[in-house]
Design a protein around this ligand. Structure first.
Ligand code: G3P
Length: 251
């Protein structure tokens, strides 16, 4: 079964990396939620993609320049525009969540993929997940483009699955070899690098005993195609479309 992983939540329906986007992703039947974490000035895990608040909130400045309380003063719905060109979440009180807040809410049975955006966040992420049912049930993983971040997460908790994110055009085979050497369970290339026929990449991943995910898949035909080939999972901005395409979530 190919997992539907909601990219920053249901990020076409609601502002990315907000509780509303996560809630809608679960409602749509996503198997897991993917989110991004940075460290605030006071060492808390802020759930936000960029290293500044500029693109997604009404604030300006670097994440690390604010305490978590400071970050939470910004409106995380201020910049989101829906398909109809409206801004329905501006001024509605959406805030930048903490990882703790997401973990407290996360419904039982829904997976969590935490993408570490700053190297120094690895120990705090590992500790936040350690006692949580999502990790105990094997539904949590930590991923990063930064090799050192996932190496550190793996060293701190070898039972916590880790995944290596590849930048576009990064060759797959050396990445698979590296993942085996370092004990990372999965490799996640950009979908465009899998090519029209994903079978050779999947065969390679299988030969190295690694799971193969990919980012970001929003086209229903492509979703179907990848699922037929038995990809581990893909991240998507439209978990509702993925569910309608692949059928209901298996519990
Ligand atoms: O699954 C993570 C993938 O989406 C990486 O890209 O830009 O969302 O960090 P980005």
């Amino acid at each position: 079964m190919t997992l539907v992983v909601a990219h920053r939540g249901a990020s076409v329906q609601a502002p990315e990396n907000t509780m509303e986007a996560f809630r809608l992703a679960v409602e749509a039947g996503a198997d897991a939620i993917e989110l991004n974490v940075h460290l605030s000035q006071d060492g808390q895990l802020a759930v936000i993609h960029d290293d500044t608040v500029d693109r997604t909130t009404d604030g300006v400045g670097a994440i690390q320049g604010f305490s978590m309380d400071g970050l939470r003063r910004f409106d995380a719905g201020a910049r989101f525009t829906n398909a109809a060109g409206e801004m329905p979440f501006a001024g509605q009180g959406l805030r930048i969540p903490t990882l703790g807040e997401v973990l407290e809410w996360l419904p039982d049975g829904v997976g969590l993929v935490v993408e570490i955006k700053v190297r120094g966040a690895a120990p705090t992420v590992v500790e936040a997940l350690r006692e949580h049912p999502v990790r105990q049930q094997g539904r949590a993983s930590v991923i990063s483009f930064d090799e050192a971040a996932i190496d550190e997460a793996h060293a701190l908790d070898p039972e916590l699955p880790t995944g290596y994110l590849l930048v576009p055009s990064q060759p797959l085979e050396p990445a698979l070899r590296w993942a085996v050497e370092k004990g990372h369970q999965a490799v996640h290339p950009w979908d465009g690098d899998l090519g029209m026929d994903p079978a050779p990449a999947l065969a390679q991943a299988m030969a190295y005993g690694r799971q193969l995910g990919c980012y970001v898949v929003n086209d229903p035909d492509r979703m179907k195609h990848l699922a037929v080939y038995g990809l581990w999972g893909f991240v998507t901005d439209v978990p509702d479309v993925a569910r309608a395409t692949l059928g209901p979530r298996a519990d």
